[in-house]
Design a protein around this ligand. Structure first.
Ligand SMILES: Cc1cc2nc3c(=O)[nH]c(=O)nc-3n(C[C@H](O)[C@H](O)[C@H](O)COP(=O)(O)O)c2cc1C
Length: 186
């Protein structure tokens, strides 16, 4: 696929099914992610790959976290939380690893990790795969972050759902640059 074609049609794909990326495709996705712009070469990121039964374990974690957070949660809410990670055959947890740095403030490090996440989206699509970046309350739930092994300086910036797009994924409308761009000075 031509690079500009890919960049001009990048689209999130919410309906994902098996197969998950194979080892080679996943390696390429991570290599692209690691090309993210990174002030000071801080490498403010790391990733967890979750697939197969790991997704069920993540669902269990979500269900426990919900009950802990809201003991009144209904059976339906708990069931929904448990099923969330089953919406794709693979989930990549994107973690920003914030480090003290004399020149690179924390927000720049989070942006760099976000650029890495964008790389995952692009590299998935380039290989005929699909991906969808999700966040929600399970990104900063203490129970979840502890069980996933995050340190104090770390933050989940998203769960990237990855798989094979079901055939009905549509490319989003093209926004017009003129609506967002102006010259300065006028
Ligand atoms: C940091 C971040 C978190 C997001 N979290 C969610 C989410 O939890 N649920 C959701 O439906 N979309 C979420 N989105 C938006 C989707 O990933 C997606 O970008 C959006 O549906 C627009 O589709 P498009 O990427 O094809 O333009 C998030 C996007 C970003 C950048």
């Amino acid at each position: 696929m031509d690079a500009l074609d890919l960049l001009l049609t990048r689209t999130s794909m919410s309906r994902l099914e098996a197969p998950a990326p194979n080892a080679e495709q996943l390696d390429i996705m991570y290599r692209v992610a690691l090309r993210a712009p990174d002030h000071g070469q801080v490498r403010p990121w790391r990733f967890l790959t979750i697939e197969g039964q790991g997704r069920e374990a993540l669902g269990e974690l979500y269900a426990k976290a919900l009950i802990h957070q809201n003991p009144q949660a209904s059976a339906e809410q708990i069931k929904r939380a448990r099923a969330m990670p089953l919406r794709a055959p693979m989930i990549i947890v994107i973690i920003a690893c914030k480090q003290e740095h004399p020149k690179v403030p924390e927000y720049e490090q989070i942006i760099a990790a976000g650029c890495a996440a964008h790389g995952l989206l692009l590299a998935a699509q380039a290989q005929g795969l699909g991906a969808f970046w999700r966040s929600g309350e399970m990104t900063d739930n203490k129970h979840v972050t502890q069980q996933l092994g995050l340190q104090e300086n770390e933050q989940i910036i998203g769960y990237m759902y990855v798989g094979t797009p079901s055939s009905d994924c549509k490319i989003g409308a093209q926004l017009e640059p003129a609506e967002f761009v102006s010259s300065w000075p006028n």
